[in-house]
Design a protein. Structure first.
Length: 72
């Protein structure tokens, strides 16, 4: 299933307003996955696994892991 170029442009604009930056091809792939009836939740999980995380988020996660290990 293909989506009109206007829908792709609207998705890119919406993402930019939300503070999300990615190359336009990523949005095209997301639209294709949605067209294949892949659930938005599954797409979110996939993106979360493959996207680079900011140093700030990594530091917070590392601190949580250290405290979890110390508690055990």
């Amino acid at each position: 299933m293909t989506f009109p170029q206007a829908h792709q442009a609207e998705l890119v604009a919406l993402a930019e307003l939300a503070g999300i930056s990615a190359v336009p091809g990523v949005y095209r792939i997301i639209l294709e996955l949605l067209g294949l009836q892949i659930s938005p939740e599954d797409i979110y999980i996939l993106l979360k696994q493959i996207c680079p995380r900011s140093t700030e988020n990594q530091s917070a996660d590392n601190a949580e892991e250290i405290s979890d290990v110390a508690a055990n």
